[in-house]
Write a protein that binds this ligand. Sequence first.
Ligand SMILES: O=C(O)[C@@H](CO)OP(=O)(O)O
Length: 217
Amino acid sequence: MVRHGESTANALNRYTGWSDVDLTKMGEQQAHQAAKQLSGMEIEHVHTSVLKRAIMTAYLIQDDLNINYVPITKTWRLNERHYGALRGQNKDKTRKEYGVEQVRLWRRSYYTMPPKLSKPDANIGPYKYLDPKVMPLSESLFQAYNRIIPYYVDSIAPRLLDGKNQLIVAHGSTIRALIKYLERISDKDIDGVEVANGKPLIYELDSKLEIIESNRK
Ligand SMILES: O=C(O)[C@@H](CO)OP(=O)(O)O
């Protein structure tokens, strides 16, 4: 699992969520670094979100590994957690306005929802055929988990059971949800888990999809 490289919003310290922002030059370099760490692994399927910071990271990694031919699935289910009305705001500014503890809860608690949008985003582009009823106004990690894990169960686990290594290029909270599921981390303890840009988390699983080894500290 790889979190996308640094985005323009990360560089400006802004809440991002479903905003579709580009990678910075540093973000592209982080993707190349990630590819170096993955070299030698036989990857048979790539999964990413419908957000271009993850898609571009995936493409750069595929290109460096010379596995451009490997099928890639882009799904809204792997999108970052939706940051609601915080989207686009500067994180330090919100700390000053709402306090450090409130911001910590919005960013890292499992059940806290960020303030909602007044109406959902338009059903256009990658969301054109997505049931409007599931377009979020904002999401807690719990809500994001409930859309992410069915994708893991339906589309990633069957290929793992078939012995296939797969690359998931996604987002901080998407990957936190997957870590929570794979490592059975409690609702409380997940608030201490951080995921760095462009640093592959490699899990080796047994035939029951339990972890044999991982490089996550
Ligand atoms: O803004 C976001 O969408 C995420 C990831 O960059 O930020 P945070 O780490 O604050 O959840």
